[in-house]
Design a protein around this ligand. Structure first.
Ligand code: SF4
Length: 350
């Protein structure tokens, strides 16, 4: 029998498994603490487990690690990792320092099927889904470098559409927020989707209440449809309706990410229709100045226009933040992740 990747399993599943194998379920709590809180990466390090328990685990599970194929450090100290999976494929993960904490941006798929025209990952197409363990392991890997400041936030904004790999992402969320796992606050975890309406509805019913972000990028079906093919399947009326109905806890809002593309999404008319569109939704807007990749057909908006756009929203009572992208010089910013050896060969580490 092929051993299971233990990191694909939730603690509840492991507790059941221990029971079925005549072991006390709390062994699962101990294993989780070793793996995710004490950063132990082999069985021998789990010193409070009996030898027989360890042998049972060795016979049935393995603990694969991701390999660091390459790493780049940005001028702002963001780090982009090219991480190798067991089958030789690679993904990217970004660790970003802020004034009092770190944020890690994780991938959920190798490549992406959604084909957004401004996104370099979209150009790869979908290669495969990541398992929950491969998602979780990105956080383990990034945490090794998050020294000085705690790693407090996780965003699912790397490669892939998280809701296109729904079950594995939900399992990863459970492990990441488990009190015996990483114990991240649910308020500190954000899942970003391109707008898969049925999965947004389902996400609203999940036990783990992570934040929802939606990559919007257009305030009309014409513009959004041009940028994001998903809009042809779920148009803006359907997207806004599911957001209006989304169950939100007190003081929570849905974040809409809005990329400012010169001459396409950045006019004051666009800002007006954005406000009209989101009427009835509890929301905030995260404006993202576009990071032009070398071969992109789009351009970044002028700085004055970016400020004008934000000012227009703020003056009308809309919460609108401007994301100053981290790691721009290492192609680690939004929409720039692409797992390609050639992108990251300068600083080989493994
Ligand atoms: S923006 Fe997100 S959903 Fe769209 S192609 Fe890129 S990774 Fe996929």
């Amino acid at each position: 029998m092929t051993p299971h990747n233990l990191k694909d399993w939730t603690r509840a599943r492991l507790r059941d498994w221990f029971s079925e194998h005549n072991e006390r379920p709390f062994r699962a709590d101990q294993v989780f603490t070793w793996l995710y809180q004490k950063n132990v990466s082999d069985w021998d390090g789990m010193s409070n487990l009996a030898k027989s328990t360890r042998q049972l685990l060795i016979d049935n599970f393995h603990l694969p690690r991701l390999t660091r194929v390459a790493e780049r450090v940005s001028q702002d100290d963001s780090r982009k990792y090219l991480l190798g999976l067991q089958d030789g494929k690679t993904i990217e993960t970004v660790l970003m320092p802020h004034h009092d904490h770190h944020t890690v941006c994780v991938s959920s798929q190798v490549g992406c099927a959604m084909g957004c025209s401004f996104c370099v990952t979209g150009k790869m197409g979908l290669i495969r889904n990541l398992s929950a363990g491969e998602i979780v392991e990105q956080v383990v890997e990034a945490r090794r470098d998050a020294t000085g400041l705690p790693l407090r936030n996780i965003v699912f904004m790397g490669m892939g559409e998280p809701f296109h790999n729904y079950d594995q992402v939900m399992t990863a969320l459970e492990i990441l927020t488990d009190e015996y796992g990483f114990n991240f606050s649910q308020r500190r975890v954000t899942v970003s989707t391109s707008g898969l309406v049925p999965q947004i509805r389902r996400f609203g019913q999940e036990r783990v209440k992570a934040n929802l972000a939606i990559s919007l990028n257009g305030s009309s079906d014409t513009v959004r449809g041009r940028l994001m093919p998903v809009n042809k399947r779920y148009n803006l009326a359907q997207l806004v309706q599911v957001c209006q109905e989304f169950p939100l806890e007190a003081r929570k809002r849905i974040t809409f990410e809005y990329i400012l593309l010169k001459g396409i999404t950045d006019s004051i008319d666009d800002a007006k229709s954005l406000i009209r569109l989101l009427h009835g939704v509890k929301f905030k807007i995260n404006l993202i100045p576009f990071n032009a990749a070398p071969d992109s057909e789009y351009q970044r908006s002028d700085w004055e226009q970016i400020q004008r756009f934000q000012r227009y929203l703020l003056d009308r009572g809309v919460v609108a933040t401007l994301r100053i992208s981290k790691g721009q010089d290492i192609q680690g910013a939004c929409g720039q992740l692409r797992s390609e050896q050639g992108l990251a060969v300068e600083e080989e580490v493994g």
